[in-house]
Write a protein that binds this ligand. Sequence first.
Ligand code: BEZ
Length: 214
Amino acid sequence: MAIRLGDTAPDFTADSTAGTINFHEYLGDSWGILFSHPKDFTPVCTTELGEVARLKPEWDKRNVKVVGLSVDPVADHKRWAGDIEETQGTALNYPLLGDPERKVATLYDMIHPNADNTLTVRSVFIIGPDKKVKLTLTYPAATGRNFQEILRVVDSLQLTAYHKVATPVNWKHGEDVIIVPGVSYEEAKEKFPGYKTIKPYLRVTKQPNTGSAD
Ligand code: BEZ
């Protein structure tokens, strides 16, 4: 069955380029991103995996642990890692799961038979420190993902987890945010001094500091 927002991310133990990983244990108190790519030694995947490695300082800043996967074995991932470093200028710095028996791919419904019967699509699961799924994304094999967008979503998720705000269209870290409709006039005045009312249901305020409750 498909994994939905709010579900507990299924736990598993699998081989990876960093040794055996128990997923929940590995994530600990961090946020997590589990993402699949269709196949090793393919062009789009090579660029994506290099980009995820290049973004390590950004993942670290946000306390996010990233784990990749495909149905290729770990030995193939390790051989391919050299090509990624050579062509993308960054060595892999996060674990890649080998899933030739498709155990994790099946658990996370990453094989979409009407797209391809054997390979994983480009799935992304963002998982909170509570191990609940906060975002799912699915891209087809021929379209590389935009990991800046995934970072932007992490920023929004981390902000809205702690404050009674939501982020508007095209929002980026540091820009104004929206006070959620459930917040009363009195509470809004106290928590978000100086906020602007555009419509009673559309109230805008400066971005609160990330990571601490109102
Ligand atoms: C790619 O990474 O370039 C790719 C992988 C599988 C199918 C199509 C493209």
